[in-house]
Ligand binder design. Structure first.
Ligand SMILES: *Cc1c(COP(=O)(O)O)cnc(C)c1O
Length: 430
């Protein structure tokens, strides 16, 4: 068993001063039982806790650390930037550089605005979509998570499901009534909603690959079908690529699936580990953003020079190193194939969804294509699986409803150890 005594002491202290002892709910391990580990440092593929236990990291700060921890180039860029002051609140060259680079990497983006989190990016994106169309309603998909903005905390994924409060108190009925819901992958339901609300839908927003109900892929034709509906009805299609952006390809899921949104929201990898988000898209729409246009959106620390230094270095590296995407996809495939073989050997028929370097093992034998199916998984069994993997030094996301991320720091040793641990643990749980 893991010695986590220092983490336990810290967690008890933390609970006195911080709600639930954490600054973001899923970190509390509530969905899997047990207490969270307090992390002291990380290097390459490994996290180390306050008791100096090491773990292979499959969370990667929930996505950003695609190159593993302690990347020398990013650290050097940050260290250099610090020397010129931490913040100015005035325009900088770095903001021009990163904006230009992103419009190059993500061709559907003509203009982009930097913010400080994925939540801010999606909140701002729907405001622009509403300002641009003069309409109020949005369509979102059950189990998709778009941060904690009021309009999105309705059948939201990630921590919101995990906490068992998909509809958070504090979100007004007035706000909630403008968010219409459809099951992921259900194009007919979307068409019904559009027909029932003529000229009222400002935007359809989705994760093109859902990552916040576990990893759920779009069915063939789903994304293109949404694109067509939006074109016919003058609706702004928003791809929330906070998770998939710069992860599934340089140009995100939209590049992989060949469907272009009107607005893209970005976060996670874009900051290289620093708190950054962004939203961007067609020039005609982005020109509605203040001070060019009437839709107000601002940020004291937006485009922060330290964050931009980290983000620019990360994105430049990815832009110049296509082989990273091939490597992390290969590593992920090896892990997934290993787990599939384990399941076969043990006569289990759990489901694995994977695309690129994202994957989820679902404790269910059904095909998982939407939130309804994801919800039916054996989450209690997942909790025991999580803990037994942690005991063996493999740090998975502490919820059935999260995606695992493979970084380029994960090599053969980590792959083998993960697959072997998976076999031992699945056998134990049978
Ligand atoms: C993480 C995430 C967000 C929220 O980003 P924060 O930086 O946590 O506010 C929004 N959308 C998606 C798809 C995400 O994965």
């Amino acid at each position: 068993m893991l010695n986590n005594s220092r983490s336990q002491v810290l967690f008890n202290q933390a609970k006195q001063y911080i709600p639930g002892g954490v600054n973001s709910p899923v970190r509390a391990f509530k969905a899997v039982g047990g207490d969270p580990l307090f992390i002291k440092r990380a290097s390459g593929a490994y996290l180390y806790d306050e008791d100096d236990n090491g773990f292979i990291d499959f969370i990667n700060s929930w996505g950003p650390m695609i190159l593993g921890h302690g990347n020398e180039l990013i650290e050097a860029a940050v260290t250099e930037a610090v020397k010129s002051s931490l913040s100015f609140g005035a325009p900088t060259k770095k903001e021009v550089d990163i904006a230009e680079l992103i419009t190059h990497m993500v061709p559907s983006i003509d203009k982009i605005r930097m913010v400080n989190s994925g939540t801010e990016a999606t909140m701002s994106a729907i405001r622009v979509a509403r300002g641009y169309t003069g309409r109020d309603k949005i369509i979102k998909f059950e189990g998709c998570y778009h941060g904690h903005g009021d309009s999105f905390l309705i059948a939201a994924g990630s921590g919101a499901i995990t906490m068992g409060s998909p509809d958070s108190p504090g979100v007004t009925k007035g706000t909630a009534k403008d968010t219409l819901l459809a099951p992921f992958n259900d194009l007919d339901k979307v068409k019904d909603l559009v027909t029932a609300n003529p000229d009222q839908i400002a935007s359809i927003i989705l994760e093109p690959v859902a990552g916040n109900m576990g990893c759920v892929l779009p069915e063939p034709g789903f994304l293109q079908g949404l694109r067509d509906v939006c074109d016919q009805q003058g609706i702004v299609l928003i791809f929330d690529e906070v998770m998939t952006g710069f992860r599934l390809a340089k140009g995100g899921a939209q590049e992989l699936y060949g469907v272009m949104p009107d607005i893209t929201t970005l976060g996670k990898i874009i900051g290289g580990g620093m708190p950054v988000g962004a939203y961007g898209g067609k020039e005609e729409i982005m020109n509605y953003v203040s001070p060019e246009g009437p839709v107000y959106q601002a940020g004291t620390l937006s485009g922060n020079p330290i964050a931009m230094a980290a983000g620019y270095t990360m994105l430049s590296y990815l832009n110049e190193h296509d082989e990273v995407y091939q490597q992390i996809e290969r590593s992920t495939q090896k892990i997934v194939e290993g787990i599939k073989k384990n399941l076969e050997l043990l006569g289990l028929n759990h489901t694995i969804n994977q695309v690129g370097s994202m994957f989820s093992l679902f404790f269910s034998s059904e095909r998982i294509v939407d939130f309804e199916h994801a919800k039916n998984c054996d989450t209690e069994k997942f909790g025991r699986y999580f803990k037994a993997m942690l005991d063996r030094g493999v740090y998975l996301a502490p919820s059935q409803f999260e995606t695992l991320f493979v970084s380029s720091a994960i090599g053969e040793d980590e792959i083998n150890k993960t697959v072997d641990s998976n076999y031992e643990v699945l056998k134990l749980l049978m």
